[in-house]
Ligand binder design. Structure first.
Ligand SMILES: [Zn+2]
Ligand SMILES: [Zn+2]
Length: 184
């Protein structure tokens, strides 16, 4: 029974359904009507600014991670192992659970956040994400493991990013698991 799942898992599934809907905005209105009346004046503008900043970081990082280009994927094209990290992190954020870097904990408004497939419980700000909170011991099995198939690979892992709203998921994938739609 789906109702036996913890709240965070149920919320994650609901968010996945919203993102999969033909009209995600309308699906969100139905799931969570209150979001149209944000309790804080200016919150919608702050969220939009955080989204723009997250996207700007993605665009700037593209050439450094060998990305073919930055393109918003259709949610249906995002592999399940990647979309599950995103919706679980978003659900944790909405419920105020999970681990946060100290800046994310003390932040007073929306800001871009990063999460890694290999460390899905931690949400970090840009400063912490770029200073290595997600770094794995170089050369370790964990560092050489594909986030898609879970196999330890020799040399063919490529870094990737999934940005949706103000949250970005970091991942590494082997040639077999790499999303093929040309997005970062
Ligand atoms: Zn931080
Ligand atoms: Zn793989």
């Amino acid at each position: 029974m789906i109702t036996d799942l913890p709240l965070v898992a149920r919320l994650a599934l609901a968010l996945d359904a919203v993102l999969s809907a033909p009209d995600p905005a309308a699906a969100l209105d139905q799931l969570w009507p209150a979001h149209r009346r944000p309790p804080t004046p200016g919150l919608a503008d702050q969220v939009a600014a955080a989204e723009r900043e997250a996207h700007a970081v993605l665009v700037a990082e593209g050439p450094h991670i060998g990305s073919a280009g930055v393109k918003a994927p259709a949610w249906a094209d995002v592999p399940p192992w990647l979309r599950s990290t995103y919706v679980l992190a978003a659900a944790q954020l909405m419920l105020g659970i999970g681990e946060r870097c100290r800046h994310a904990l003390t932040s007073t408004g929306p800001q871009p956040m990063w999460v890694a497939v290999w460390r899905p419980e931690l949400l970090a700000c840009r400063r912490c994400a770029s200073s290595g909170v997600f770094r794995l011991p170089p050369g370790s099995d964990a560092d050489r493991r594909c986030d898609g198939c879970g196999r330890v690979r020799e040399g063919d892992l490529a870094p990737g990013r999934l940005q949706c709203g103000f949250m970005t998921v970091l991942y590494r994938s082997c040639a077999d698991c790499r999303p093929s739609k040309g997005w970062a």
